[in-house]
Design a protein around this ligand. Structure first.
Ligand code: HSE
Length: 301
């Protein structure tokens, strides 16, 4: 009647794949405890590690859980509800899927307690409802890798079509999280809805290249494809020290580097743990000069 969950952090976009690509970080994440309660409905009973709303309708986990609960109970009526405890390790507004981890965890946990009436891919749809509360838009590029693991591609949104790709064996991610908050809604507001055709051509070439590189474990191709000519040029202005940190990551052997999700976190992908450690060291050296406190993560993908 109770389940304890690890809810992983994620990197959305992966440079070229705005709103469609994401990957799951194996070693960074929140914890949640979800239990059945005799009272109907969804209640958030505890939040540790972040100052977030306890009201179900204002909390990303609550909204996602409610979307799930309403659909599940319309199929088969039940006379109990669920309580959710959230232990946040992923900082809100950090760009590594803090809200998504909560939304995905809530629907995953309740689904398990109900005997899995929905597939993991179906759960993505409910978790996306929580994302709206955090960012004002329904995107699946964090919740999909959080629920499915590995790398995910949202091939289409209407209807939702998510493809999971196994992570290449030696792929590691380094994440530098500057301690400033960038709200996803603000980072979306700086974007230009009109894209010159030549930029679109570069971008979709890179998305195809990245997918091909992941499937064939071609690290050089993965590196060449980690380029973003549409979103990064506009968003990097919100992140002090972005260019310098990316440059140092690349100089020290990263396959590629960019903005993690909506930022401000900066990520680098690396082949092998040793290179990832070297890149993490170079990025932190580089960021110390900027004078903004930060923390670093290194994770297998
Ligand atoms: N794809 C989203 C964005 C991820 O970049 O705005 C952030 O939640």
């Amino acid at each position: 009647n109770e389940i304890k969950l690890f809810c992983p952090a994620t990197i959305a976009n992966l440079s070229c794949g705005f709103d469609v690509l994401g990957l799951c970080l194996e070693t960074i994440g929140d914890e949640m405890i979800i239990r059945k309660s005799s009272e109907k409905g969804i209640r958030i009973t505890k939040i540790i590690g972040a100052d977030l709303p306890m009201e179900t309708e204002k909390n990303v986990a609550g909204v996602a859980a409610l979307a799930f609960y309403q659909e599940a109970s319309s199929r088969e009526a039940f006379d109990y509800g669920f309580e959710i405890e959230i232990y946040k390790n992923i900082k809100t507004g950090s760009g590594i899927g803090s809200s998504s981890a909560s939304a995905a965890g809530a629907v995953f946990g309740i689904n398990e307690l109900l005997g899995c009436p929905f597939t993991r891919k179906e759960l993505v749809t409910f978790a996306m409802k929580g994302e709206v509360v955090a960012s004002g838009s329904e995107h699946a590029d964090n919740v999909a890798p959080c629920l499915l693991g590995g790398v995910t591609l949202v091939r289409g949104y209407n209807p939702l079509d998510v493809i999971r790709i196994d992570s290449p064996n030696e792929l590691f991610a380094v994440v530098l999280h500057p301690h400033i908050e960038v709200k996803t809604a603000d980072a979306r507001a700086v974007l230009n809805p009109m894209i010159p055709l030549k930029n679109a051509i570069t971008q979709w070439g890179n998305v195809g290249g990245l997918i091909a590189g992941l499937y064939t474990q071609d690290y050089e191709l993965i590196g060449r494809s980690l380029e973003d000519v549409i979103v990064e040029p506009l968003r990097k202005k919100l992140i002090p020290g972005f260019d310098e940190t990316k440059f140092d990551a690349m100089q020290n052997g990263a396959l590629g580097a960019g903005i993690s999700g909506a930022g401000p976190s900066i990520f680098a992908l690396c082949k092998g743990h040793k290179t990832a450690e070297k890149v993490a060291f170079a990025m932190s050296e580089s960021y110390q000069i900027i004078g903004i406190p930060f923390d670093m993560h290194l994770s297998k993908i």
